[in-house]
Design a protein around this ligand. Structure first.
Ligand code: HEM
Length: 455
């Protein structure tokens, strides 16, 4: 039929492995949001990005960006996250004192926005909350809000329509997209470019993600925003300045909502499963009671039970619930052929609840992630950060952020359900993640702890 698209849903773990690992070169970015993401790139003046590139362009982009995902750099960003944790705990102290309920998801949205803007762009987030403060924070916030409005209103239906009728896409995307989010795009791009220009003038720039991107991109540090793009003749590893800005913004959009949603889900699970929360607090207390002084980051690496709780939460409620790819050539699998032009949907939220892989799949049980159980687990059964060559670049950073925030809170406070808590939580789709539809409303009460903090 004219313009109709073939979509395939794959839940079998062996097929997923064949597709994501062995056929990566023939896959591109797919699904309803791709058209919107391309529009964002257009208006940011970049020709491609990690999320949207495929084949050799994606490979050189990923290679150029890999230093950003190294553990060393997560450690480098730790002081910024630590400062964010201090501000978060101050806010929580006020809530705990007043004994009123609070939407913890909102607190985490501010926390992750502040820390990721600071880690990505070196912008001081001191004392800021979302909607105030730096030009870039405001521009990003405005852009995310407009983009989410666009996705959640009738535009979502339009986007689904576009994914089924690809030939109508260029015209409709331009019409709908330009109306809704163009001004926000422009502000974001201008704010980003001003930041790159200002950065070039600094003698000793901060070691943030933007700087790492600029250094790894080998961009020339003179003149206006450099517009040479990866993929231009003999400049394959080079990102243009606009792409650097775009990439840093993409990190921000990929990492902020997902990490906030993950933190909100863990807090909810701890409030519901009080024994699990007790055990996490005992583990934290035991670490704090040891006399050796550690940074918050180092401490957060030594909490295996907290890690299991986070992994189990991400199993039950992966913030990115679906991996989507576009077949750029016919793909021959062992028993099937995926035709060129098809979109392949891998619903991780369903794989994570398959009774064949996870006995009693709806039960919250961090024991599934003990060392012993992890050793038995087969590949492609737990994929909150994706799998294969496109696996999340920010996974280590996201986990570090989540652990540091939870350690800071749970050492002093306890999450408690209130009559206002929605049980079970209902979920809404936003631009980058599945988020709690009505927030996660909890009481947060001080603990009666006798442990002496040594951190
Ligand atoms: C709990 C938090 C997070 C979750 C659940 C998450 C999930 C994911 C998933 C499932 C993918 C793979 C998508 C695919 O294969 O199509 C992905 C890719 C990616 N993520 Fe994350 N993410 C998180 C945090 C972050 C953070 C903090 C950053 C950056 C600072 C980040 C940056 C990226 C990037 C750049 C990619 C694209 C990688 C590529 O295509 O090569 N993510 N993420």
């Amino acid at each position: 039929m004219w313009g109709v698209k073939f979509n395939v849903v794959v839940c079998d773990r062996l097929l997923i492995e064949e597709i994501l690992i062995h056929n990566n070169d023939n896959l591109g970015s797919g699904g309803p949001y791709t058209a919107w993401n391309r529009l964002i790139l257009d208006s940011l003046g970049a020709t491609n990005s990690l999320r949207l590139a495929s084949g050799t362009q994606w490979r050189s982009c990923r290679e150029a960006l890999s230093p950003v995902s190294m553990p060393l750099n997560t450690r480098q960003m730790a002081p910024v996250v630590s400062e964010g944790c201090t501000r978060l705990v101050h806010k929580i102290a006020k809530v705990a004192e007043s004994q009123t309920t609070v939407d913890v998801h909102k607190l985490y949205v501010d926390f992750t926005m502040e820390t990721i803007v600071a880690s990505a762009f070196g912008e001081s987030a001191e004392g800021q909350s979302v909607g105030e403060g730096s030009e870039l924070l405001v521009a990003t916030n405005d852009f995310i809000a407009k983009f989410n409005d666009c996705m959640s209103s009738s535009a979502e239906e339009l986007t689904v329509f576009l994914s089924h009728f690809p030939l109508a896409r260029p015209l409709l995307v331009r019409l709908a997209g330009r109306l809704a989010v163009t001004r926000a795009h422009r502000h974001l791009k201008e704010a980003g470019c001003r930041l790159v220009e200002a950065r070039k003038a600094l003698a000793s720039p901060p070691q943030d993600i933007l700087q790492l991107l600029l250094e790894t991109s080998l961009s020339s540090y003179n003149g206006e925003c450099n517009t040479a793009a990866a993929g231009d003749d003999d400049e394959e590893e080079k990102l243009s300045d606009q792409q650097v800005v775009c990439q840093a913004i993409e990190f921000l959009i990929s990492g902020q909502e997902t990490t906030a949603a993950g933190l909100a889900s863990v807090s909810y699970q701890l409030a519901v499963n009080t024994r699990v929360q007790d055990r996490v607090q005992e583990e934290i207390d035991a670490l704090f009671n040891k006399r050796t002084k550690k940074s918050l980051y180092d401490a957060s690496l030594r909490l295996p039970y907290l890690d299991s709780v986070i992994q189990e939460t991400l199993r039950l409620r992966p913030p990115t619930p679906m991996i989507i790819r576009h077949c750029e050539a016919d793909i021959e699998l062992e028993r099937h052929t995926l035709p060129k032009g098809a979109d392949v949907y891998i619903p991780t939220f369903l794989v994570h609840k398959s009774p064949d892989l996870w006995p009693q799949p709806y039960r919250f049980d961090p024991g599934r992630f003990s060392n012993e159980e992890r050793m038995k687990r087969e590949a492609m059964t737990h994929m909150p950060f994706g799998a294969g060559p496109h696996v999340c670049l920010g996974a280590k950073f996201a986990l570090a952020q989540m652990k540091m925030a939870l350690v800071s809170i749970l050492h002093h406070y306890t999450f408690v359900l209130s009559p206002k808590t929605e049980v079970p939580l209902r979920i809404a789709h936003s631009a980058a993640a599945d988020v709690p539809l009505n927030g996660v409303v909890l009481l947060i009460l001080p603990r009666n702890t006798t442990a002496t903090p040594t951190l």
